[in-house]
Ligand binder design. Structure first.
Ligand SMILES: [Zn+2]
Length: 246
């Protein structure tokens, strides 16, 4: 029997919806047909792996599940606590309302995003570094070197897409960076787990007008959403790709 992905030692007897139920309800999704619908799969990073970006046409991704991923105590206690902490902040932004995020609100969204990112990797059969999972569970906060950004999406026909990619070293196939993206109507999230190099930081600043920094909260500043510029879903994917492959 598989153990809970958060390394609590218990049996993983619970499935986790990557797109949580509150969000499906909010988006008006009914029923839960079986199967997994991923928007974007395994974006490989040139320079680190000799493979090219494999981009799939974005599709709605309501029913992405991490099967037998977590235990019920984790799911029902701290994970649902993080869900509850982010839900009321995210809902108006999903509908396009302006938002002012205090440092603690940025923390709540960052924690939700990091938890969701790790769960999304698991749904793709990728278990992120044990130290990251352990940190998340212990501190209920994003592990070190987690970056979370919000984007604003142009009116979309797809209510929700999710996707992930990784950068592995060529020599020993060690993962140096995980990347997840998540969108719900007008709100987009970009999640990076790993250490950015100077080229990636430079690329990131090029996109300053498109991104609202959520995590880490380095100075205790308020963040304002939406950013000045808006992206299509395809551009949202490309921005993340350009950053990770810089
Ligand atoms: Zn657990």
């Amino acid at each position: 029997m598989a153990k809970c992905l958060w390394l609590c030692g218990r049996i993983a007897d619970s499935d986790e919806d990557v797109v949580p139920e509150w969000l499906r309800k909010h988006l008006g999704v009914k029923g839960t047909p079986p199967g997994r619908k991923y928007a974007i799969k395994n974006i490989n990073v040139p320079g680190l792996e000799p493979e090219v970006l494999k981009r799939e046409r974005p599709r709605n991704a309501f029913h992405v599940k991490a099967y037998k991923a977590v235990c019920q105590p984790c799911n029902n206690k701290w994970m649902s606590g993080l869900q509850a902490g982010a839900m009321d902040l995210l809902k108006p932004m999903i509908d396009g309302a302006k938002a002012t995020l205090t440092p603690s609100e940025r923390g709540a969204i960052g924690a939700w995003a990091a938890m969701t990112g790790i769960t999304l990797e698991h749904a793709h059969r990728v278990t992120v570094d044990p130290s990251r999972r352990q940190y998340m569970k212990t501190h209920r906060s994003p592990p070190p070197h987690t970056l979370v950004y919000l984007t604003h999406l142009a009116p979309v026909e797809l209510d929700c897409i999710v996707g992930n990619s990784r950068a592995d070293t060529k020599q020993d196939h060690r993962t140096v960076m995980y990347h997840e993206l998540f969108t719900a109507r007008e709100l987009g999230l970009l999640i990076f787990q790993g250490v950015f190099g100077p080229r990636q930081i430079a690329q990131l600043s090029k996109y300053g007008n498109y991104l609202v920094p959520v995590w880490p909260v380095i100075t205790l500043t308020t963040a304002y959403w939406p950013p000045t510029k808006t992206l299509t879903i395809e551009e949202h994917v490309i921005v993340a790709y350009n950053i990770i492959t810089a």
